[in-house]
Design a protein around this ligand. Sequence first.
Ligand code: ZN
Ligand code: ZN
Length: 137
Amino acid sequence: MEIISQKIKSASLKVTPQRIAIYKALYETKSHPTAEMLYNSLKELYPTMSFATVYKTLTVFKKAKLIQELNLNDSSFHYDINTDFHSHLVCTCCKSVFDYNLNVSFDVCEKIKDETGFIVENKQLYFYGKCRKCQEY
Ligand SMILES: [Zn+2]
Ligand SMILES: [Zn+2]
């Protein structure tokens, strides 16, 4: 709990019980939930928390770079507490999202800049396919 309020504080944000609850829910999952999924998982414990609050808080966290937003080509954004660069494996069957640390031996952004002059400000890498579970059916 202490770590979570510290994190929020270090991003110069006001620490509120709702912000702690939302950050903690993201902290404890590896499933890269959408705002809707987070809301559904929180509403039992925090019946007064509205969907709008969850959504707004995620936007605030994103702006403060506490979380990253993933666009997986489905209807809503997914959220990830891990803001370090890592790629994602996305199952097109069950929509599960897995982290994958792809080790690239050179700095891709430097290479792009050298070759094209383009300055990369943000990067996302997704691999789409079928997870182990979905391959069984
Ligand atoms: Zn799957
Ligand atoms: Zn991730």
